[in-house]
Design a protein around this ligand. Sequence first.
Ligand code: WQD
Length: 334
Amino acid sequence: MNILVTGGAGYIGSHTAVELLNAGHKVVVVDDLSNAKYEVIDRIKEITGKKLDFYWIDCADKEKLWDVFRNQDIDAVIHFAGFKAVGESVRKPLQYYRNNLDSTLTLLEVMEEFDCKKLVFSSSATVYGPDNPHPYKEEMPAIQSSSPYGWTKVMIERILTDYCTAHPDFCAILLRYFNPIGAHESGLLGDDPNGIPNNLMPYIGRVAAGKLEKLTIFGGDYDTADGTCQRDYLHVVDLALGHLKALEYAAEHQGVEAINLGTGNGISVLELVTAFEKVNDMKLPYEIGPRRDGDLPAFWADAAKAKELLGWEATHTVDDMCRSSWLFARNASI
Ligand code: WQD
């Protein structure tokens, strides 16, 4: 199939583009490069040995997105494009609502004009909010979040659900990611955010590479085994492969489906730091600091639906995630 990947120069988008090309699909990437580097496109080509078409555009620019669909015969879309920093979204809510919602609404309008009826959307476990018990199941209420970033995901899931009601022959798969970490085995792709990383693993990578002094673990007094927060970390390549399975499912189905992509296991910050040190044979400088506003003590996925519906499950280990993260961080620091 001919797949449009919006935000395809980003962390998850680029890993997904690699797996799509490896599976024989034709890939077209649009990205505004607001939080990604063009060199990632060349690395995708280097890793796969395949061509791909890239357009440096903002998905909210209807005229330019329309031209992409006019020039490319798009069969399906995987929609990653969007701002995704939780803390920044609290400081800049208007930019987050404008960017994330406009790009999605514009994409849907252009897809309709070109009769493209298959969409896989990059959603997030954050839509489960603070009130659901874990492990999170897809049928639980996913109607609240703790940040404007998270609210854009809740709202886009609503938009896609309503669109599917109005267009029964459309298929939208809402993939709810847990915590993607790790990097491609080549060391050429990885999580490389602009500025100081908000997320745990890219921060660890920069400390390990000597680019940041030490890790602060946000909170050591939670009601968990070791007092630090627990999350469902999954390898970004497993996540990318989940998109391939979701695309194959969407090609044969109609309607809207929310699906968790997680391992079903929760591990703590301290456990991840310890695993990183062990597998990479290093000591990581860290201290336990105050809790971070908005953090939940623990959550992880009920991953049964992805296995039943898509035939997908995560296979990479925590050691794989830690080893590949360091491989990329070390390369990025050179
Ligand atoms: C994980 C754990 C922190 C940094 C967020 C978004 C979610 C998704 C993934 C986009 C927490 C702790 C972190 C640090 C730390 N993003 N931590 N020191 O908050 O679970 O999820 O990122 O889709 O939507 O909500 O991920 O990596 O920021 O934090 O101790 O320097 O690591 O407190 O317990 P989070 P995270």
